[in-house]
Each structure stands twice: as C-alpha cells, then as structure tokens.
Design a protein around this ligand. Structure first.
Ligand code: CTP
Length: 435
C-alpha cells in the first residue's frame, strides 16, 4: 500500500549517522511537544533517487517557529526565524542547517483535530508544490519515523522518470516553475509529461514571463546554466518558446546551438585542466545567446534580465572584441606578442573565440597560450634590481615585463641570463636617457 512504505532502512543506508541522529531527535522532540514533523522536498526525492542531498527541509504542523525554538537548546543550535513566512532556520554546531516551514493550507481550512485532518494539512501543503516528484514526504515522529507519504503518486513518477505538475494553474501562479521543470528534466534525464508541457506553453502564451521581475528571470537562467546538462535544458527552453517569448530573435538557430555545444566541451576540458582561475559559465552562455544581436538589443536584453554589471561588461567585451581578437590571432605572433594580446582579455572572451572559430592555427595558439605560456614567470624579482643599485620606481615593472617577454621568446632561460638581460635593458635605457 503506497501510503505505508517505510524508508527507514534506505535512510539509514544513505544518510550519515549524524544526520540520522538529528532526525531521530527531532522526531522524539516533536512527539513530546505535540507537533508533527516531516522531511520534504528535494531531500526525500534525492533519497529515493539514490543521490546525495543533505538540504534538510522539514514541514511542521502546526507551527514551525515555536517548534524550532523548542529545538534550539535541545540541539545547541542558532536560530533564525522569519515570522512573515512562518519559517525558521536552525544552524547546528557543525554548521549544518535545518529549515523548518509551517504546513500551509492555501484554499480551505479544515475543522480541527482528527488524525485524518492532521494528515490533510501536510497533504494540502504538498499539493501546493511544483511537481509530483517533489511531493514526497517522510514522517519523522518517533512512532512513525521513516514512513513515506505519497499522496500524489510521486514515487511512481520518480520511478518512471516523469515531471508532472499538480494543478493546471501552477505555472501561472509561479512561472519560475517552468524553468524548474526543465532543469529537473535535464538533470535526471526525465521527461516532462505532455499535459504539463502544454500547461507550460499555454502559460507562456498568456505572458507569464512578462510579469516576472528581471532579477528572477536572471536567477532562473543562471540555475539552468549551472545544471551539468544545461544543453538539453536550453534546447527545451527553446522548444517550448521561452527565448522567443522574451525576444523574437533570441530563438536558437543552428549556429548558436553549435556554439553552445562546443562551449560545453570547452568547459569540460577547462575544468579537467584544473587551472586555478575559474570561468564564468554564464558569461559564455549569455555570449552565445546574444552574439548575433545588434548592440542595442544586447543592452536591452541584459537590462531585461538584470544581468549584474560586472558580468554584463565581460559579455559585452566578449561579443564586441571577438572579431578583432580573431583577426589578431590570425597574424604571425611571437610568444610574447601572443601573451600580450591574450593577457589583455578576460578568459571567457578567449574561450569564446575558441568556440566560435573553427580555425586550426587560432586554436593552436590559444591552447598553446593556456597550456604553456600563461603561467610562465621569471626568476628575478624587484629585490634583485635593488641589489643592482637601481632606484625603485615604475621602471621596475617595465624591466621585469621585458625580462618575461625575453623568457617567453626563448631569449633567456636561466636566472643568470635574466640578470644579464635586465642589466642590458638598463644600460640601453641609460644610454638613451643620457644621449
Ligand atoms: N518549490 C515549489 N515551487 C517553487 C520552488 C520550490 O513548489 N517555485 C518546492 C518544491 O517542492 C521543492 C521545495 O519547494 O522540492 C524546495 O525547493 P528548492 O530547495 O528550491 O528545490 P529542490 O527541489 O531541493 O531543488 P534543487 O535540487 O534544485 O535545490
């Protein structure tokens, strides 16, 4: 019977002992104080999927804040309450936190207190959620610890890999769920069920995205980008019309799809190299989405999505300098010239050019720069210059830069040679200054 599955064994197997201990304690305390408490959301979903997720989301009947308060001393935690949302966050000494939310009944209040009705409260709370796979709950009260609640066949959908919405107005009430559905589909390699897909499309047609603030839209885009399998998610966004809904020409075409998929490969390659500088995935993907648009459109799209200024600037640089950088990279360049050129650009711009240009010589130069030149340093320092009796000043920087160039071009390769080179540099400088 679906409402009586016990997942204590699964929990014991999957969860660290400490977490299990905390959940037991919470259940015991709830019994004692007369609350009902349930584990819900992604935590339960991922538990059944066999994926690690220790974001503990708990729902409490009937008052999360007062229950969390009673737990505070018991678990030696720090409590933050949010009365306007009837939620609380308890941070444990380990730094791990547990979120408590009060079970909510949105549409109708129930008459008090039979067990039947108490269960209906959690049922109502779960019904308000986004997809059936997120409606699973696990009881934590002592006597019923580990009992799975599955009112909406979430376990079945989870098993069959189906993203199914709970009610038809869900996406109208909360358009961010369109993005969430697409993310879950890509992340778990699930399928959005037909009716759900239709609800998504219909809500888009009625203009739900127009009502979404830029900041929210940006956040949802970002969430999609940072999914490992963002490519499928972007394709799905396109398929149901999200891009054209925001701006007609934003619709993906073959070129963009090609560029994005190359970007995916490049990012994978880059991450494996474990260079110490991280790349902004969003700069790269936004650049792919925007590059074929005229500058004013790129500006207004960035404004619509409220892309933060710093990110926006790198996107603009990337799009605007692509052609120039490509042209320069086609020239014959000494190593030092290659470094001087590429050091002047954000890493994202360089990787974008790599993705866009199927040109062997450009690729070789960029890879050579990243693999062999970028990290090249020199042995001598300002201290050495001081020891040579040269007066400190801006000239130091210039001199050391010249030495690095010489090193990059293979003119010097030992610290002795570097010293000789720098002396030569100052001698020439002196001559010119004197003469
Ligand atoms: N939820 C919802 N509608 C939203 C956001 C969240 O119904 N727009 C519900 C879902 O039931 C979800 C729970 O709130 O399971 C917690 O949300 P969140 O932590 O954002 O989602 P997770 O499901 O944990 O997803 P992720 O793994 O991406 O964090």
């Amino acid at each position: 019977e679906k409402n009586t599955t016990d997942i204590t064994e699964l929990m014991t197997k999957r969860l660290p002992d400490k977490v299990m201990g905390i959940l037991y304690l919470i259940g015991k305390k709830a019994d004692k104080e007369g609350y009902k408490v349930y584990g819900v959301g992604g935590f339960v979903r991922d538990l059944l999927l066999g994926k690690d997720n220790l974001d503990l989301d708990l729902v409490v009947e009937n008052d999360a804040i007062s229950f969390a308060k009673s737990l505070k001393n018991y678990l030696n935690g720090k409590l933050k309450t949010f009365p306007q949302y009837q939620t609380a966050r308890l941070t444990l000494p380990s730094g791990k936190h547990v979120d408590f939310a009060t079970a909510r009944i949105e549409y109708y209040a129930f008459p008090a207190a039979s067990p039947e009705v108490e269960q209906s409260t959690i049922k109502q709370d779960l019904y308000r959620r986004d997809f059936t796979i997120n409606t699973l709950a696990v009881k934590l009260n002592g006597s019923t610890f580990g009992k799975l609640l599955d009112f909406f066949d979430g376990a079945k959908d989870l098993k069959e890999g189906i993203i199914r919405v709970l009610y038809n107005l869900s996406f109208v009430e909360d358009p961010t769920r369109i993005f969430r559905g697409i993310r879950f589909e890509a992340r778990f390699n699930f399928t959005i069920e037909d009716q759900t897909l239709l609800f998504m499309k219909n809500s888009l047609i009625t203009g739900v995205l127009d009502k979404l603030p830029g900041e929210k839209l940006y956040e949802e885009f970002r969430n999609v980008f940072y999914e490992e399998n963002f490519m499928d998610a972007l394709m799905k966004m396109d398929e149901i019309g999200i891009f054209e809904n925001i701006f007609p020409d934003l619709k993906l075409n073959e070129n963009k799809i090609e560029t994005i998929s190359i970007i995916q490969d490049i990012l994978q390659w880059y991450e494996q190299r474990s260079y110490n500088k991280s790349v902004s995935k969003e700069v790269l993907i936004f650049s792919c989405l925007f590059y074929d648009q005229p500058a004013p459109i790129v500006s207004s799209l960035s404004e619509r999505l409220k892309i933060p200024t710093k990110i926006r600037e790198v996107i603009f640089t990337t799009i605007n300098h692509e052609n120039y950088l490509t042209k320069k990279l086609e020239e014959d360049l000494k190593n030092s010239e290659l470094v001087e050129l590429l050091d002047g650009y954000p890493l994202e711009t360089i990787l974008f050019v790599l993705a866009r240009k199927d040109n062997k010589s450009i690729k070789e130069k960029v890879y050579y720069f990243l693999e062999n030149l970028k990290g090249v340093g020199i042995s001598i320092t300002g201290e050495d210059l001081k020891n040579l009796g040269i007066k400190p000043g801006p000239i130091y920087k210039k001199a050391l830069e010249e030495v690095r160039k010489a090193r990059l071009d293979g003119i010097v390769s030992t610290s002795e040679e570097e010293l000789e080179y720098v002396l030569d540099f100052f001698a020439k400088k002196g001559e010119r200054l004197n003469g």
